[in-house]
Design a binder for this molecule. Structure first.
Ligand code: FES
Length: 225
């Protein structure tokens, strides 16, 4: 894993975090994409020009991201990828980098793009502060939403992948999506996930499933079990 770590408390970073005990360090690549975003949709989108549109909101912070893609219907390669967000600098840098990755070398196929992980984007950025990982997940989700939109428009319904949440703990009503968000927010142990979500407090039977999900999301987003 090549993520650059969050600087240790007391060391000099780019930005002080909200609790003032740590600073956040942004790599030069992140700053380049933040100050000079690539493929940003500067004006109102001419939606007739695009054949795949995706939108996602972040439960972690309330921000929103939209993407517009032009997909070659024959090859299913992404010819253009434009985006706009109300999100923070990390979301801007991540989406800018994602727009480069999916269109470089003649464009990814939708099948290849669907396999792109937030982790791949972060590695190309040289890392993000841990508390900002969820921002890179925004563009990944918007990309997959746009891929589904393309297949809906061309009526290839079997290629649409629906990601719905399922209840893991019927007592606290915690879903797998709640656990995903907790892991993205930095809760990487059962204890920390329980503090955030209260999962399993009145229903310990679900804890093995919770631990498995924590392992799954850690591997998915951070590349470590
Ligand atoms: S804090 Fe909302 S996208 Fe980064």
């Amino acid at each position: 894993m090549t993520h650059k770590q969050e600087p240790i408390a007391g060391t000099k970073g780019d930005v002080a975090s909200h609790d003032q005990t740590k600073s956040w360090f942004y790599t030069d690549i992140v700053k380049e994409h933040f100050f000079h975003p690539k493929n940003f949709m500067e004006n109102d989108a001419d939606e007739t020009h695009y054949n795949a549109i995706g939108k996602v909101g972040s439960p972690a912070c309330g921000d929103e991201l939209r993407v517009w893609m032009k997909v070659n219907p024959e090859t299913e390669k992404i010819e253009e990828f434009k985006w706009k967000t109300f999100g923070c600098g990390s979301a801007i840098a991540s989406t800018s980098m994602a727009s480069v990755i999916v269109t470089e070398n003649d464009g990814m196929t939708l099948n290849e793009a669907r396999k792109l992980k937030p982790q791949d984007i972060m590695e190309r950025l040289g890392g993000l502060p841990q508390r900002k990982f969820h921002c890179s997940v925004l563009c990944d989700k918007a990309l997959r939403d746009a891929i589904n939109d393309f297949y809906r428009r061309v009526e290839k319904f079997d290629k649409i992948v629906v990601e719905s949440s399922r209840i893991i703990d019927p007592v606290s009503k915690v879903t797998d999506h709640d656990i995903e968000e907790a892991v993205l927010e930095g809760a990487h142990t059962l204890e920390l996930v329980q503090q955030k979500t209260k999962v399993g407090i009145g229903n310990p039977n679900c804890l093995p499933a919770v631990e498995e999900l924590i392992r799954f999301y850690k591997e998915k987003y951070f590349g470590a079990a």
